[in-house]
Design a protein around this ligand. Structure first.
Ligand code: Q46
Ligand code: ZN
Ligand code: ZN
Length: 328
C-alpha cells in the first residue's frame, strides 16, 4: 500500500477515511486533525497554560508531543501510583516519560512548508512528578487493600486519587486546562457502558470539553478523542516515541476492556462504527438531548484541604487517605 500524498510506503491505512499515508504525512495529518478538534470544540487558546496528564503510554505521550509541536504551552504531570508488583509498571512508566522529555523530539516542528527555515528554539516543558507512596505513605494497591479489606481491584481508589491530584496540582500551579490522552476506543467503551445502563447523568457529562463549571475545578479536555487507539499508536511509532507497551496489571479483565473487545468485533464487521456512534452521540448532546440531566450539584470546600466536594465535611480523598491536615 502506497501513501496517498507521496507514493512512499504507507504505514497506516484508515479504511473509515479511505486514506493510507506514509510516516511523514501521517504525522502531519495527525497533528492537523488534533488542531481541528482543539478549535472545533474550543478546548483552549494559545495563551493558556495546559497541564497534560502523562502516564508513559502511547496516548498521553503522543498528545504531549502534538501540543508541543503545535507550539502550545504544555507541561506534563506524572502521578506515580506505586504499582510495581509483579512487574515494575510504575517505575517503567516514569522512565519512559522522563526519556520523552530528555529526547526532545517535539523540537522538530513540521517542516512541510519550508525545509530550510531555521526552527524557532522551543523551551523544554516542565514535568511535574507526584509520587503517591512518597507523598501519602502508601501505594495505590496498599491503600485499596487497607480500605477495602483486600477486596476487589484498586481502580476506584486509583481513579479518585488521580482526579484529585490532577485538579489540585493544576490549580496550585496556575494551569487553566487539564488535557488527557483519552482516545476514541476509550470514549466509545464508556459511552457504550453508560448507554447500556442509560446513565443519563454520566451521558450528559461525557464530552471532549468539560468546562470548569465553578471555582476550584479545572477545565478538562480530550484532544485525541476522535482517533482510534491504533491511530495514536501509529503516531507514536511514526514519531519514534518510546512508550510503555504494558498495560497496568489491574486493567486485565476489567469491564472496560470487555466492552472494547465487543466493540472491536463490531468495528471489524462494520468499519467506522465506533466513530459514527461517538460523533452521533456528540451531535445529539450538542442539540441538548441530555441537557436536563446535567445537574449542577452544590459544592462545598473540603474542611481539610479546601478542594471542592459534594458533601460538607472532608472530601472523599481526605477520608480515604485519612488526611487530617494538609497545608493549603
Ligand atoms: S492505572 Fe489505576 Fe488504571 Fe491501573 S489501577 Fe486501575 S485505574 S487499571 S487507567
Ligand atoms: Zn507520504
Ligand atoms: Zn480534602
Amino acid at each position: 500500500m502506497r501513501c496517498r500524498k507521496c507514493d512512499e510506503r504507507a504505514v497506516i491505512n484508515m479504511r473509515h477515511h479511505k486514506l493510507a499515508l506514509c510516516a511523514e504525512h501521517y504525522g502531519e495529518w495527525f497533528i492537523a486533525q488534533t488542531e481541528r478538534a482543539i478549535e472545533k470544540y474550543k478546548m483552549f487558546s494559545r495563551d493558556e497554560r495546559i497541564l497534560v496528564a502523562v502516564s508513559g503510554g502511547k496516548d498521553s505521550l503522543s498528545l504531549w508531543d502534538v501540543l508541543l509541536r503545535l507550539g502550545y504551552q504544555a507541561d506534563g504531570l506524572y502521578i506515580g501510583l506505586g504499582i510495581n508488583d509483579p512487574e515494575p509498571y510504575s517505575d517503567l512508566s516514569l522512565e519512559k516519560t522522563r526519556q520523552f522529555v530528555a529526547h526532545g523530539e517535539w523540537r522538530v516542528a513540521n517542516r512541510a512548508d519550508n525545509d530550510s527555515a531555521p526552527l524557532a528554539p522551543r523551551p523544554s516543558p516542565i514535568l511535574h512528578v507526584v509520587d503517591i507512596p512518597a507523598t501519602y505513605g502508601k501505594s495505590i494497591p496498599e491503600i485499596s487493600r487497607a480500605k477495602a479489606r483486600g477486596q476487589g481491584k484498586p481502580c476506584s481508589a486509583c481513579g479518585l486519587t488521580k482526579r484529585y491530584v490532577m485538579n489540585r496540582l493544576a490549580l496550585e500551579k496556575g494551569y487553566t486546562v487539564l488535557a488527557t490522552g483519552h482516545n476514541l476506543d476509550d470514549e466509545v467503551a464508556v459511552l457504550f457502558q453508560n448507554t447500556l445502563r442509560w446513565q443519563t447523568g454520566y451521558l450528559a457529562r461525557q464530552a471532549p470539553v468539560l468546562p470548569a463549571s465553578r471555582e476550584g475545578l479545572t477545565r478538562k479536555v480530550k484532544p485525541l478523542c476522535r482517533f482510534y487507539e491504533r491511530e495514536t499508536a501509529a503516531y507514536a511509532l511514526a514519531r519514534g516515541i518510546d512508550y510503555i507497551y504494558a498495560e497496568c496489571p489491574h486493567a486485565v479483565g476489567n469491564l472496560t476492556n470487555f466492552y472494547k473487545t465487543l466493540l472491536n468485533q463490531l468495528e471489524t464487521e462494520s468499519p467506522g462504527s465506533k466513530l459514527a456512534f461517538y460523533l452521533e452521540f456528540l451531535r445529539a448532546r450538542g442539540q441538548g438531548v441530555f441537557d436536563k440531566y446535567n445537574r449542577a450539584d452544590e459544592l462545598h470546600a473540603c474542611e481539610t484541604c479546601g478542594q471542592p466536594t459534594s458533601a460538607p465535611g472532608r472530601c472523599a480523598f481526605c477520608r480515604m487517605w485519612d488526611v487530617s491536615a494538609i497545608v493549603r
